[in-house]
Write a protein that binds this ligand. Structure first.
Ligand code: ADP
Ligand code: ZN
Ligand code: ZN
Length: 798
């Protein structure tokens, strides 16, 4: 048998398929297996993408060295998806195959020098154990190793170690017949309480054995010592079994009240059911205002897929932010679910992933990369909050959009895809308008409650409470009222830290990151100035670093500062802050949200992470401290993002009995994105914004590709960008627009200068080939310190 392998090399032959002979002992190899192969003098990782009987190759094929995992980590579906995706996102197939593999499964590859002869085994070098060749630094030892290998006194063994290890637990099984245990029981003294408990359990529940240590200790309240003694006496046999870590342990299932679906929900479901039944790869856009009961629709649809004997995949924007969603899914589907997201520990992720791969779960809930979950027989895919920018990976290759991958998987599995949102992306909504997606609407809040009333406060003409310019008197008064009524408040400020720049009044110096073209943010709690892009920190200065003047000011605002102001203005109010700084530790999101849910705090103050998906019935006021933070970014979809964020956060208010109220503070009350967010009028926003996009030749009227060039030397980045532009010019459709090269809006990040070219097109036959050529040349210019990135349909064009 011959294996076709894509080898992990970053050179000219990237993505070339190499053939290897499969030796007898590796006959189990499958498509999707991860293998190690000899490659020139090296041994490299690769993925099997095909198997065949014969080879066209004339020479002698080398043997596969080893198969890494017990079970191929990738399914045939994922292997074929990697090819389709590589073509679409201008990334190499090997990059995609590696990205499909969870980070915790990326292996350490060790070369172990293992003694064979008796003499070799006695050498002090080994002390009985193999030695890692890569860790050998001593010249004499290396020479010795060479000699041993030459004389066949030692050999090399390749070992692959996953970063995550399996977890095991002791389990105990019976060794004797019931009659024997009865005898033992009768012979026990009455004060041997623990032993009696144990033997009694052996007698009464023999059929439940083997039992795990944790189960025994907990149920019988006995100690490990008792168990050890029992093993010693031969009453029990101890062995070790693999157990899964359980990331959902803290998610108590909530008692679910029986919900009667309303007509709109029923209607939406009828359409989705029909597609599930017919195994149609149909795409639905479920547009439902906040609180209209979209989640309920997803859950029913998932049940339907399961009832048909198929599985379901559900994507959410950032799972650690939506513990409530996870809880609901767990309540409905119990042990059948697995979750995948970055908040899991390595071990948890490894276990969840393997449960999926082994076919032990039916429902997968996860963030962006879960779209590559090795789930088989998918009968439904759901993408909640489909408009979220997090579904696009933009900071590294492959620069893929999870929505596109989901479409591919729905086609492969012949199953419907449901995209849900209160504020669909213009992209998806435009497709629904054209009939490419089927539009399903939920227009009313599920509990018949009205949407909250939204008031705009014009910060240009307002009295501020306290000495700062963050909180208007009106907002503070509204908060006070809610506090008196024992109701809760959510406040959003999309900026963390204390003050976002330091200005010298003497010389005008602004303190910037030495690596990036960005000002440093003051973090009062840590006493540091911090770059929010690269993480650079230095001490908060007492004097201007430039002219030594003491006349320095810290301007702008952030969540830390507002927290301080609130504490001063509202003594006694209990405030929780949720931003990147307070949620670094594992499980901290959930802790903060649980505490707020239990009314251990009155105010939840946070960045945009608190805008989405939260359902707290006692929240009756939502305040937006500054609606303008994202409005003037030089980005074509700044308005869409602003509208979306305000609408989403407003939707957190008044979700239960009491009517909600929203206060939005802004310097731009006349901007359409803010005005239309006030009335939460998606339809009018859609119509208006589509006109703007049409006028500016932007998506969804045009497709876009962004090519960025980065280098430590600014001239080199610019030169290469012009070079790329020349390759595009004259070869594209006359309607196609090429903008740039220009320096990017933030022209330097992590000491790299960025230049970019934006291609906007409607129809192109040549572009794909040219871009693939540019991708290949990018590999070549890497050695000159130039990095070229191609982003197909970027979410941000700045
Ligand atoms: P969305 O995801 O659209 O914002 P949710 O699914 O969170 O809305 O639903 C909002 C609230 O309405 C939830 O508390 C949910 O339990 C409730 N709900 C959903 N459907 C119904 C229904 N048919 N009748 C009554 N309550 C419902
Ligand atoms: Zn100065
Ligand atoms: Zn920086």
């Amino acid at each position: 048998m011959i294996a076709q392998v894509i080898v992990d090399i970053a050179a000219k032959q990237t993505d070339h398929i190499f053939e290897y002979h499969v030796p007898d002992q590796l006959k189990d190899v499958e498509i999707g297996s991860r293998v190690f192969v000899p490659f020139g003098p090296r041994k490299l990782q690769g993925f099997v993408v095909g198997l065949s009987e014969k080879s066209e190759y004339q020479g002698e094929l080398k043997d596969l060295l080893l198969v890494v995992d017990e079970m191929p980590p990738l399914t045939p579906e994922l292997v074929s998806l990697s090819a389709a995706l590589a073509n679409k996102v201008f990334s190499y197939r090997i990059t995609i195959l590696k990205a499909m593999l969870p980070r915790v499964m990326r292996a350490n590859y060790r070369k172990l020098l293992t003694p064979i002869s008796a003499d070799a085994k006695k050498l002090p070098l080994f002390q009985g154990d193999p030695v890692d060749l890569n860790e050998m630094t001593d010249v004499k030892q290396i020479a010795l190793a060479r000699n041993l290998l030459r004389n066949n006194e030692a050999k090399i063994e390749y070992v692959v170690e996953n970063r995550a290890k399996k977890k095991t637990e002791n389990q105990y099984s019976l060794t004797l017949a019931a009659a024997e245990y009865q005898k033992i029981y009768d012979s026990l003294r009455s004060n041997a309480v623990n032993q009696r408990k144990l033997i009694q359990d052996l007698l009464q529940h023999a059929e439940d054995y083997p039992k795990k240590q944790s189960v025994l200790e907990k149920k019988l309240t006995i100690s490990t010592a008792t168990l050890n003694a029992a093993v010693k006496k031969g009453w029990l046999k101890k062995s070790s079994v693999e157990v899964y870590r359980n990331p959902l342990a803290g998610f108590d299932e909530k008692s679910s009240k029986k919900i009667i679906l309303n007509d709109e929900q029923e209607n939406a479901l009828a359409q989705i059911y029909s597609s599930i039944d017919k195994k149609e790869a149909k795409k639905f856009l479920l547009e439902g205002i906040t609180g209209s009961g979209k989640t309920e629709v997803y859950l029913y649809a998932i049940s339907k897929a399961l009832a048909k004997g198929r599985n379901a995949l559900m994507l959410v924007p950032e799972i650690s932010l939506t513990p409530q969603m996870v809880r609901q899914v767990k309540t409905r589907f119990g042990e059948k679910i697995a979750v995948l997201h970055s908040g899991l520990s390595n071990g948890e992720f490894y276990d969840e992933w393997r449960k999926i791969r082994r076919g032990e779960v039916r429902v997968v809930v996860g963030a962006r990369s879960a779209v590559f979950a090795p789930l088989k027989n998918i009968g439904l895919i759901v993408i909640d909050e489909e408009h979220e920018a997090t579904y696009k990976q933009e900071d590294k290759n492959p620069r893929y959009q999870a929505r596109d991958v989901a479409i591919y998987r729905s086609q492969f599995n012949n199953c419907p895809l449901v995209l849900g949102s209160a504020t669909p992306s213009l992209y998806s909504r435009a497709r629904a308008q054209k009939g490419v997606y089927q539009l399903l609407r939920l227009t009313k809040r599920a509990n018949q409650k009205k949407l909250p009333e939204v008031n705009l406060i014009d910060l240009k003409h307002v009295e501020f409470a306290g000495g700062q310019f963050d909180l208007s008197v009106e907002l503070v008064d509204a908060i006070k009222k809610k506090l008196e009524n024992k109701e809760q408040i959510i406040l959003m400020l999309n900026r963390r830290g204390f003050a976002n720049f330091m200005l010298c009044r003497e010389c005008g110096y602004v303190m910037k990151c030495p690596n990036c073209d960005l000002s440093l943010t003051m973090h009062k709690d840590t006493g540091m100035m911090q770059c929010h892009y690269c993480g650079y920190t230095e001490k908060i200065p007492q004097r201007c670093p430039n002219c030594q003047s003491s006349q320095i000011r810290f301007l702008g605002t952030g969540t830390q500062k507002v927290q301080e102001e609130l504490t001063e203005l509202l003594p006694g109010a209990r405030i929780l802050r949720m931003d990147v700084d307070t949620t670094r530790r594992k499980g901290s999101y959930k802790r903060i949200l649980d505490a707020f849910g239990d009314h251990e705090a009155d105010i939840l103050l946070g960045t945009q992470m608190i805008a989405k998906g939260l359902d707290f019935p006692n929240v009756t006021l939502v305040g937006v401290i500054n609606a303008d933070t994202g409005l003037w970014l030089p980005d074509y979809n700044a308005s869409e993002r602003t509208f979306e964020l305000l609408t989403q956060v407003a939707g957190r208010a008044g979700r239960a009995e009491k009517r909600g109220e929203v206060i939005i503070q802004t310097y731009n009350p006349d901007h359409y994105a803010i005005k239309l967010a006030q009335t939460q009028d998606y339809e009018r926003f859609y119509t208006y914004e589509m006109r703007m996009r049409h006028a500016g030749n932007y998506p969804p009227y045009f497709y876009t590709v962004l090519i960025s060039v980065a280098s430590k030397k600014e001239q080199n980045a610019a030169r290469e960008a012009f070079n790329i532009k020349r390759q595009l010019q004259g070869r594209l459709h006359p309607e196609t627009i090429i903008l740039g090269p220009t320096p990017s809006a933030i022209s330097r990040l992590k000491n790299q200068y960025y230049y970019q070219i934006l291609v906007k097109y409607k129809k192109e036959t040549e572009l794909n080939a040219i871009l693939h050529h540019i991708q290949d040349s990018a590999q070549e210019v890497k050695k000159y310190g130039l990095n070229v990135y191609i982003d197909n349909e970027p979410e941000r064009i700045i």
